[in-house]
Structures are given as C-alpha cells and as structure tokens.
Design a protein around this ligand. Structure first.
Ligand SMILES: Nc1nc2c(c(=O)[nH]1)N[C@H]1C(S)=C(S)[C@@H](COP(=O)(O)O)O[C@H]1N2
Ligand SMILES: [Mo]
Length: 170
C-alpha cells in the first residue's frame, strides 16, 4: 500500500472511530415539547445530566401493544407505547430502582427489574388516539393485567403511574 494512503488510513481509524462512537452515544435533541425527563444513573443524555424526550423520540423506541382492562376503566382497551425496558436500555440506565413522578407530584419508587421482567409499556396511545393529560396521558405505566392476573393487586396498582413527567434512576 502507498505510504501516504496508509498514513491516511491510520488517521481515519484513530480519529474517526472515537468520534463515531461518541456520536452513537448521544441522544438527539427533542424538537417538540418535552414530555419526559430521565435523570440519575443513566449513561446517555441530551440535556446536561438528563435525557429529555418529545413524542417523536419516544416513537423511535420499540413499541408494544397491550390489550387489557384496568381498575380505572371500563372494558378492554388497546394501549400502545414504548416498552419500559427499551426506554431504560436507550438511556443506559444502570441503577436498581427508579422513582416515577407524575404531573400532580404523585411519585412511586419501584425496582427497575419490573420493566425488564415484565412487558410493561409506557402507554402513549389508547385505542389509536394519543392519550391527553385528561386521559391519563401523556405517559401511563401499564402492566399487562389481563394476561397476568397476579399483577392485578395493590402493589402494581400503586406502580401504575399516569400523567408521568419524570423518571429518576438510582
Ligand atoms: N398520577 C397518578 N397516578 C397514580 C395515582 C395518583 O394519585 N396520581 N395513584 C396511584 C395509586 S396509589 C393507585 S392504587 C392507583 C389507583 O388510584 P385510584 O384508584 O385512587 O385512582 O393509581 C396509581 N397511580
Ligand atoms: Mo394505592
């Protein structure tokens, strides 16, 4: 190989690789209004020490549909939203607990393992419509109650936070 070409190759490998890695680590900045803020023990951020999300950033995560009844609604509904585990993976969460806080400052601390061991979603749509604050939106921690009736108990009802505004991992 020509010497200058080899030199160029070495330059590309030593400079471009760390740059590409750093870029793959960064989360894009939200363009729309921020509906979720994640703080604490996370490795990927986009605003100082936190990760902030608009609807579009949340739409880019892996979503799941859950058809279930809940203690707070009549009949079965189809909810869709990002999997809790996809969200935690995306921000590089490494804590063992998280405190989820709602717009009314209702807050609950739960193990992050709930999101890894159960297909919990952060429901954003109900029956194809974006959930408004008056419908428990913009984000609602939803356990698959109908598929797993053992979840239909007070412990998981307490963790079913609606109108979520932030998650602190610790
Ligand atoms: N945003 C928000 N989510 C919440 C709550 C709340 O007060 N605010 N209460 C929690 C508790 S303690 C329970 S048992 C369930 C059901 O509350 P409810 O039946 O009193 O409405 O919702 C949970 N999610
Ligand atoms: Mo409760």
């Amino acid at each position: 190989m020509h010497k200058s070409l080899l030199c160029l190759l070495v330059m590309i490998l030593t400079c471009a690789t760390p740059l590409a890695l750093a870029q793959s680590m960064a989360i894009a900045s939200p363009e729309g209004s921020i509906i979720l803020t994640i703080t604490g023990e996370i490795t990927r951020t986009n605003k100082e020490d936190s990760a902030v999300f608009d609807r579009a950033l949340l739409e880019a995560l892996e979503w799941q549909a859950t058809v279930t009844r809940t203690p707070w609604s009549d009949g079965q509904d189809e909810y869709q939203g990002p999997l809790g585990r996809a969200l935690l993976d995306f921000v590089g969460a490494f804590g063992s607990e998280m405190t989820i806080t709602a717009l009314n400052d209702y807050a609950v601390t739960m193990p992050v393992s709930d999101f890894y061991e159960l297909p919990v979603i952060l429901a954003m749509d109900q029956n194809g419509q974006a959930m408004r604050v008056r419908d428990k939106g913009p984000l609602f921690v939803l356990y698959p109650f109908d598929a797993n009736p053992e979840l239909n108990v007070e412990r998981y009802h307490n963790r079913s936070v609606w109108q979520i505004k932030s998650i602190h991992v610790h």
